[in-house]
Design a protein around this ligand. Structure first.
Ligand SMILES: CC(C)(COP(=O)(O)OP(=O)(O)OC[C@H]1O[C@@H](n2cnc3c(N)ncnc32)[C@H](O)[C@@H]1OP(=O)(O)O)[C@@H](O)C(=O)NCCC(=O)NCCS
Length: 185
C-alpha cells in the first residue's frame, strides 16, 4: 500500500509530548482499554531513572504526534548479563492506521536496541501484527512473567543479539512497575 501519510519525523518522546500521546491512545484503543495503556505510556515516559534506560519514540506528521511506542527493560535476577526489553505500549492515531507508521516505530526501536547490544525483545500482542517483525511465540515460551497471560500465543519474543541460554532453559523476568497491572496481561 502506498503511504499517503508518510511521517515527517520520528524521534525520542519527551514529557512535553504527554498530552499528544494521550490523545493517540484514546483514539486508537477502545474506551475500556485506553485508560490502562495510556497510563502505562505516560508512566514509562516519565521514568528516566532506570538503567538500562526506557525508550519512548513518537512519530510526527506536520508537527503533530500520530504514533507512539515504548520499550522498557526487563530483569532476569538469575542472569544479570541478560539484556531484554518489552515492547509496550504501541499505538497509532486511528485516522492514520495502515500507512506504515506503526511498522516504522517498531522497526526504529528494534534497530536502536540491536545497536546497543540488547539480546531479546518481548511483546504481548497480536501475532498477526508482531509476526511481521519476526516475533515468535516459541522464542518466548520459556520466558515467564509474574502474570497469567490470557492469550499465551500473544506472548512472543525476538532475538536481536545472540545470548547464552540459562541452565534450565527457563527465564523468570521482572518487568517495570508500570507493567505490573493485571489488566495489561
Ligand atoms: C496496531 C497498530 C499500532 C498498527 O499501526 P499501523 O500504523 O496501522 O500499522 P502499519 O501501517 O505498520 O501496518 C498495518 C498492517 O498491520 C495490520 N494490522 C494492524 N493491527 C493488526 C492486528 N491486531 N493483527 C493483525 N494485523 C494487524 C493491518 O491490517 C495492516 O495490514 P496490511 O499491511 O496488510 O494492510 C494500530 O493499528 C493501532 O494503534 N491499533 C490499536 C492499538 C493496538 O492494538 N496496539 C497494539 C497493542 S499490542
Amino acid at each position: 500500500m502506498s503511504c499517503q501519510h508518510g511521517i515527517d519525523d520520528l524521534r525520542e518522546a519527551t514529557t512535553q509530548d504527554i498530552d499528544a500521546i494521550e490523545k493517540v491512545y484514546k483514539s486508537a484503543f477502545p474506551e475500556e482499554e485506553s485508560e490502562s495503556v495510556t497510563k502505562l505510556a505516560v508512566q514509562l515516559l516519565k521514568d528516566n531513572e532506570t538503567s538500562p534506560k526506557i525508550y519512548s519514540f513518537v512519530a510526527l506528521l506536520k508537527n503533530t504526534v500520530v504514533g507512539h511506542v515504548s520499550f522498557s527493560p526487563v530483569v532476569d535476577a538469575n542472569d544479570v548479563g541478560f539484556r531484554g526489553y518489552i515492547l509496550a505500549p504501541l499505538a497509532v492515531q486511528s485516522d492514520y492506521h495502515k500507512h506504515g507508521i506503526g511498522s516504522k516505530l517498531v522497526k526504529h526501536g528494534l534497530e536502536q536496541l540491536t545497536n546497543v547490544g540488547v539480546h531479546a525483545v518481548f511483546v504481548y500482542g497480536d501475532p498477526g501484527y508482531y509476526g511481521r517483525f519476526g516475533f515468535r511465540a516459541d522464542i518466548a515460551e520459556n520466558t515467564k512473567v509474574d502474570y497469567e497471560v490470557k492469550y499465551p500465543s500473544g506472548w512472543q519474543g525476538l532475538i536481536l543479539n545472540d545470548c547464552h541460554h540459562t541452565e534450565t532453559g527457563t527465564r523468570n523476568i521482572s518487568v517495570h512497575a508500570a507493567l505490573c497491572d493485571e489488566e495489561l496481561w
